[in-house]
Design a protein around this ligand. Structure first.
Ligand SMILES: [Zn+2]
Ligand SMILES: [Zn+2]
Length: 238
């Protein structure tokens, strides 16, 4: 069956994420847009996944717990996990392996943790954007140790992407999937990077604002819908 997805969304926990990106607003709009499955992927944190998953469950939307990791090379990579527990273990690991500097909320924005009623229950004091110590070469293998998957984010963008930083997706990274924001760039990228023919290509919105979330257009063919089945599909070479 076809299941419509958006596997890269930010909440109010990301400093650059709008405060209107609350668990209920994200899930509510995803339903209105016709999506079947979303992933919450805040920068270097998974602490709003619990609320989003609870709201998703109450509203019949599959929410995959995730994170957008900043690697040691300043490359963004999306990590997805089969359960909240695994995502929180990963969150702890990344927290121990990232630069610990204070957030200046007035400059970078607040980093708010919410419950399933969109009430603020905390705020992360350390800036979540800076690089971690996890390299792009090890990110896939590391996420897999936690039962998850990792793939390079928005590879079509001119900054903070694997192609803009390294110029190529090296096979030894182990990736099975790559993400684009603008699918119209795929043809040109394929000519320069034949490795893309060997990867699943997905398109996500990377929305930081509600108005940047997109209509359901992109789908995965799955036997059944769950975080596990999505991860399995993205971890299987096309
Ligand atoms: Zn990014
Ligand atoms: Zn992002």
């Amino acid at each position: 069956m076809k299941y419509y997805y958006d596997l890269h969304l930010h909440s109010c926990l990301s400093p650059c994420g709008d405060m209107d990106m609350t668990p209920n607003n994200i899930v509510g709009l995803a339903k209105l847009l016709g999506l079947d499955v979303i992933a919450l992927t805040d920068h270097n944190s998974s602490l709003n996944c619990e609320a989003a998953m609870k709201v998703g469950k109450a509203n019949g939307l599959t929410v995959i717990p995730g994170m957008e990791l900043t690697t040691s090379e300043d490359i963004h990579a999306v990590c997805l996990f089969p359960t909240l527990e695994k995502a929180l273990d990963w969150n702890e690991y990344v927290t121990e392996h990232r630069i610990r500097i204070s957030n200046k909320a007035e400059i970078y924005g607040r980093q708010v943790i919410m419950n399933e009623d969109d009430e603020e229950i905390g705020e992360v004091g350390e800036l979540l954007l800076p690089a971690s110590q996890i390299s792009i070469m090890s990110a896939y293998k590391k996420a897999k140790e936690f039962g998850g998957i990792c793939f390079p984010a928005h590879i079509d963008r001119d900054s903070l992407s694997i192609l803009s930083v390294l110029g190529e997706i090296d096979e030894s990274c182990g990736f099975r999937t790559a993400e684009l924001t603008d699918i119209s760039k795929l043809g040109a990228l394929r000519k320069r990077h034949p490795i893309l023919d060997t990867l699943n290509i997905i398109t996500d919105s990377d929305a930081h604002y509600l108005e940047n979330m997109r209509d359901a257009e992109n789908f995965l063919e799955l036997d059944e819908l769950s975080a596990e089945s999505v991860i399995r599909a993205l971890d299987t070479k096309p």
